[in-house]
Write a protein that binds this ligand. Structure first.
Ligand SMILES: Cc1cc2nc3c(=O)[nH]c(=O)nc-3n(C[C@H](O)[C@H](O)[C@H](O)COP(=O)(O)OP(=O)(O)OC[C@H]3O[C@@H](n4cnc5c(N)ncnc54)[C@H](O)[C@@H]3O)c2cc1C
Length: 409
């Protein structure tokens, strides 16, 4: 295959996930074109759905797609935390309560619908599918991207939104993501005639696992299950059937209510997925080069975290808005005088400054919440069920009550 050289001058975004599409759409709203290279042949909505907190809706509003997503999804009204050891409700929290930035908002958003909504707003041809970046080299200030199909692209700006195994994060020298020692299974249950569940977020904690479920809309319920694999569970992730059976056995061995079990039973095999949970050591980000010259990273490429706050995807959307604002202003001339190269570099430095401590806090808090909620240790269980469950629920709401700003401020 002949190498195809793109014109130098492109802003190239690696990855068409939440971070990549949010960045591309933010830049588009600022009047700046970008090219998104996606390794998959089509949008990759792996993971079915995700809890989407107020911070994410602020970002989606800034991008102009918030109301479309609201119309497609139910608002969760309450969080009910149930001990898997006793079956008792240990905490009930109002998810609409007013925080420092007004009433809270949380919905369980289907990934496919969100990715499609972001893609639809982009000019045709913005995303180039089946385009996996395998290496990054330099030719002066230009980044030369080698693709798996043999083509070569030259980029004036490179933004890595290529997920937890990011090639761009590696190029920046960010610390390798660590295995948390935990794994997660996720699934979606379809009820074409309506599920009849209340719009509540149910969480089951303790008994060595952390699980939860909530409706996305009137016909789909999303569920998740995290646990610490041991010698006894070897091979459960070999197939969807084994994974589903494993989750059901664990839930049946605890005090999780029957109606919650029925949701997992209902999921088709194609709607079950398992993955080890990884995170970037948070303190490594305190001094890391989140941007270097004309290169930076966003989303999981920057801050992979355990899913215990439900904030990885939400903060990827925040990243997209902040990055598009900082880079867009540098490129459309509002970033002060000076040569374009300096303005781009200053824009990316400003983005890195804004996102550094938010990333550190999210990763560290998620890890701690997961450890406490999942623990089967008697002391942790005692403290958690009596004193800490309110604090943990409060952290969920607090971390989601963040304002990344708009595309202009
Ligand atoms: C079990 C679990 C539950 C979760 N629950 C929640 C939740 O409830 N709420 C929440 O907010 N977050 C949640 N998350 C986190 C969330 O899924 C991620 O943080 C989010 O998907 C990150 O988006 P991203 O765009 O950065 O990365 P990704 O979604 O991983 O997208 C990266 C994209 O880049 C592409 N790509 C990869 N490498 C290359 C390459 N070399 N070249 C070109 N393209 C490439 C991939 O194909 C992919 O499309 C959860 C995660 C897990 C594991």
């Amino acid at each position: 295959m002949q190498p195809k050289d793109a014109a130098a001058g492109d802003i190239v975004i690696a990855g068409a996930g939440l971070a990549g599409l949010a960045t591309a759409l933010g830049l588009h709203r600022k009047g700046v074109r970008s090219l998104v290279l996606e390794s998959s042949p089509s949008l990759r909505a792996s993971g079915f759905a995700f809890t989407t907190w107020k911070n994410a809706f602020r970002a989606l509003d800034a991008l102009g797609v918030g109301d479309k997503i609201r119309k497609q999804h139910l608002q969760a009204l309450a969080l009910r935390v149930i001990s898997s050891d006793t079956g008792q409700i240990v905490r009930e929290a109002d998810l609409t309560r007013t925080g420092k930035g007004g009433p809270n908002e949380m919905r369980c958003v289907r990934r496919d619908l969100l990715l499609q909504a972001l893609e639809e707003e982009l000019p045709k041809g913005t995303i180039r599918y089946s385009s996996k970046i395998v290496s990054v080299e330099e030719d002066g200030d230009i980044k030369v991207l080698q693709l798996a199909d043999g083509s070569v692209l030259r980029a004036k700006v490179l933004i890595g939104c290529d997920g937890v195994n990011s090639v761009v994060a590696k190029w920046l020298g960010l610390a390798k993501p660590s295995y948390s020692g935990r794994s997660a299974a996720r699934g979606l249950a379809h009820y074409p005639d309506g599920h009849g569940f209340e719009p509540k977020f149910l969480q089951f904690i303790g008994h060595g696992f952390r699980s939860g479920m909530l409706p996305c809309n009137k016909t789909d319920i999303y569920w998740f299950f995290t646990w610490t694999p041991s010698e006894h569970d070897k091979g459960v992730d070999e197939s969807e059937a084994k994974m589903k059976q494993f989750v059901l056995d664990k839930l049946r061995g605890s005090k999780v209510p029957e109606e919650a079990l029925a949701v997992v039973v209902r999921s088709e095999m194609s709607d079950v997925l398992a993955a080890p949970l990884r995170f970037r050591p948070p303190l490594s980000l305190a001094t890391a080069s989140i941007s270097k010259g004309n290169v930076s990273v966003a989303g999981d490429a920057l801050h992979p975290m355990t899913p215990d706050l439900g904030q990885g995807g939400c903060s990827a959307l925040e990243d997209g808005v902040v990055l598009a604002r900082c880079l867009g202003e540098a490129l459309v001339g509002m970033g002060g005088g000076g040569a374009e190269k300096e303005r781009i570099e200053a824009g990316l430095r400003e983005y890195a400054r804004i996102r550094r401590w938010r990333s550190v806090e999210l990763i560290a808090t998620a890890y701690t919440v997961g450890f406490i909620q999942q623990s089967d240790n008697a002391v942790v269980r005692f403290l958690r069920d009596r004193f800490l469950s309110g604090v943990l629920a409060g952290r969920l709401l607090k971390m989601g009550d963040y304002d990344c700003g708009t595309l202009t401020n």
